[in-house]
Design a protein around this ligand. Structure first.
Ligand code: FAD
Length: 401
């Protein structure tokens, strides 16, 4: 591993980051193929539930926010609402239900109960600039940070004392060790939680800046200034995109045998089904190489179980806050990604090897969780690929002055 020392506000010098960077082209290319296949492109969700936390979520009337669902007759019969509602209720483990959604004790998010949701073709709704912004968007982010981040914010997380900028640690392992220091006023788990959220926010911002609408020319193009101001000038935000990617990869690596045994034979097309499995196998192999997150060092202390319940409650709240996002397209991707991250957290912190065994526990995950997990990993891999584009733009700009 060679530390690459590059200049400018969007550069990193990190070993473990290099591992991710060295596999990301391959990861991106395989995930890109995977999420175009029928099993992974259709996501079912109830996108129009009421916001449970405040009355007016400031619906975005911008055309960029609008999306259309696909007709249920276009998706394989096995996934349609009628077939799903015929699932034997005794096969469903204990749930805590609210109208239209529920969670099980092991879940880190609310899941739809599949009775009212529509299907969306994720490939038709790229995550990009939509124009959703201002006080409504800020209220959602503020609520996620202030009410559901254990009281942590960028300021007190970075130093615990002052707002002085900090440099990037040299490896991901070092990030975790640094987190575990006794003198740290915030425990490791709470800091991990914050990084997960901040990394998601930074990844969404990266997509927005990479596919930005130039209002003057009407062209979609990368906006380097947008990326510098929202992400790169806060190196820790960039760092957390890598952090989330490593976490998701580790979850996919652990889930490998389960994913390999999952039933993808529902699209009715044998070629698609075979391709789904072979592409997924390549992604799992990359995840085994690069998913260096060590979940065993979390939730070990005296109050581990209490803390884990708190962690789950907060993340479940975040999944419900997605109903308050006033832009349909942003809400769809918000729901996909909170479900994807919640699935990864469940795999890492709730399920032991026995639970992950596909032979003893074949109903462990719903299709929507598997679809969300892989699409979320794709979002992050795509963000890292966008970061490379921005680095190239930065170097070109630097060379020209
Ligand atoms: P925001 O991104 O709104 O950030 C608000 C404040 O949070 C900042 O001022 C800063 O103090 C802090 N902050 C920013 N980034 C971080 C970070 N990574 N870590 C910690 N703190 C941070 N807009 C689109 O155009 N397309 C989308 O697909 C889209 N999806 C969204 C999905 C969700 C779930 C939400 C809540 C919003 C989404 N938005 C989307 C809106 C978008 O995220 C921004 O809110 C909007 O572009 C306004 O950006 P901003 O620069 O004002 O700061």
């Amino acid at each position: 591993c060679h530390n690459s020392v590059l200049t400018g506000p969007i550069e990193t010098t990190l070993c473990d980051y290099e591992t991710i960077e060295s596999v990301n082209d391959e990861l991106y290319s395989n995930l890109s193929d995977l999420v175009h296949l029928p099993f992974f492109r259709y996501f079912q969700v109830d996108l129009y539930r009421e916001c449970p936390f405040w009355l007016d979520n400031g619906s975005c009337n911008n055309p960029g926010c609008a999306i259309t669902s696909v007709d249920e007759s276009d998706v394989p019969e096995k996934w349609r609402a009628k077939a799903l509602s015929e699932v034997d209720p005794s096969s469903i483990d204990k749930r805590h239900s609210l109208p239209g959604c529920y969670y099980r004790d092991s879940d880190f998010c609310f899941l739809d109960d599949n009775t009212e949701g529509d299907y969306f073709d994720l490939r038709l709704v790229p995550e990009r600039y939509t124009g959703y912004s201002g006080k409504d968007a800020h209220r959602v982010w503020r609520s996620i940070y202030e009410e559901n981040c254990f009281g942590l914010s960028e300021l007190n997380l970075m130093t615990g004392k002052s707002s002085a900028p900090v440099s990037l640690p040299d490896t991901m392992i070092e990030v975790l060790h640094e987190d575990g220091q006794e003198s740290d006023p915030h425990c490791l788990e709470k800091r991990v939680y914050y990084k997960v959220i901040s990394g998601l926010h930074a990844s969404i911002s990266t997509h927005i800046c990479h596919e930005y609408l130039n209002q003057t020319t009407g062209q979609w193009q990368p906006n380097l200034n947008c990326f510098i101001s929202r992400v790169a000038s806060h190196p820790e935000r960039l760092q957390y995109i890598y952090f989330d990617t490593i976490l998701l990869l580790r979850a996919v690596a652990r889930l490998g045998p389960y994913l390999s045994a999952f039933d993808y034979c529902s699209s009715g097309n044998h070629e698609d089904d075979a391709e789904t499995l072979s592409t997924l196998t390549k992604v799992i192999d990359i995840a085994k190489q690069a998913g260096s997150f060590d979940e065993t060092i979390l939730f070990r202390g005296e109050n581990a179980n209490v803390l884990k319940e708190e962690f789950k409650t907060h993340f479940r709240n975040v999944s419900r806050i997605m109903d308050c996002v006033g832009c349909d397209k942003c809400r769809l991707w918000g729901k996909v990604q909170t479900t994807g991250i919640a699935t990864a957290l469940k795999i890492l912190f709730e399920l032991d090897e026995k639970a992950l065994d596909p032979h003893t526990n074949s109903d462990l995950l719903h299709r929507s969780e598997v679809v969300a997990l892989m699409n979320t990993l794709f979002r992050f891999s795509e963000s890292l690929s966008a970061v490379e584009d921005f680095r190239t733009m930065w170097r070109e700009l630097d060379a020209s002055v």
